[in-house]
Design a protein around this ligand. Structure first.
Ligand SMILES: N[C@@H](CCC(=O)N[C@@H](CS)C(=O)NCC(=O)O)C(=O)O
Length: 232
């Protein structure tokens, strides 16, 4: 059994997408990040970075004590290794999968996240910041589109590299991007959207929460007023 500490955001969807694909038994513990659940001591004990997602694997392969994990990329890799699925097993294929997983973790996720922040949430409109992140998101979409020009998925078969990137393409309109400009990316996006496991993952999310994470003054304070004091 996998305990999944989760909220209905792109980094959360990555893990439900994997778990639904793999058919691993899991139970969801909602962590409402708009209300400050990410600062509860029991969550910080598993996820000291006060961010979802996190998991606890109650039945690790070594038969030892439960394994807690945070960081969505590390979780995807752990689950891929646990199941032997959604990552190539040969040296070169594995290196490619990890390269694109890290590309998502270090590039697409953080840049699209800042794009959301300055385009939708910042209390003042700062054109330099909006342009910076909309353009950088656009560049990253271009990189992914080119990568997908001559292959079905990002690295070999459908893998954790695809699962990491997909939820960050879902809000493409909010990010100021037009998928018609990226035909290979669009084809890939539609193929992943049509997978039954993807649909089950997003249905799970809709059953837990449909409200945007940032809609009240309280949620702005919780999400955008954080300093070291919150985790000390
Ligand atoms: N690098 C982290 C980022 C996780 C992250 O930013 N999670 C967001 C939701 S998508 C969160 O928990 N935010 C809570 C907060 O900002 O306090 C990962 O990929 O797991």
């Amino acid at each position: 059994m996998i305990d999944l500490y989760y909220w209905t955001t792109p980094n959360g969807h990555k893990i439900t997408m994997f778990l639904e694909e793999a058919g691993l038994p899991y139970r969801i513990h909602p962590v409402n990040i708009s209300k400050g659940d990410q600062f509860k001591p029991e969550f910080l004990a598993i996820a000291p970075n006060n961010r979802i997602p996190a998991i606890v694997d109650q039945e690790p392969a070594d038969g030892g004590a439960p394994v807690p994990l945070f960081e969505s990329g590390a979780i995807l890799l752990y689950l891929a290794e646990k199941t032997g699925r959604f990552i190539a097993q040969d040296l070169r294929g594995r290196a490619e999968t990890l390269q694109w997983l890290f590309w998502q973790m270090g590039g697409l996720g953080p840049m699209a996240g800042q794009n959301h922040h300055f385009s939708a949430y910042a209390p003042e409109r700062i054109p330099y910041a909006i342009d910076r992140y909309v353009n950088e998101t656009n560049r990253l979409y271009g990189v992914l589109n080119k990568r997908l020009a001559d292959r079905e998925f990002v690295a070999g078969e459908y893998s954790i590299a695809d699962m990491a990137a997909y939820p960050w393409i879902v809000p493409h309109e909010r990010q100021g991007q037009d998928l018609n400009d990226f035909p290979h990316l669009q084809r890939w996006f539609q193929a992943i959207a049509a997978r039954p496991a993807t649909q089950r993952a997003y249905e799970k999310a809709a059953a837990i929460n449909t409200a945007p994470s940032v809609q009240t003054e309280e949620s702005r304070r919780v999400l955008f007023g954080q300093t070291a004091k919150n985790v000390g």
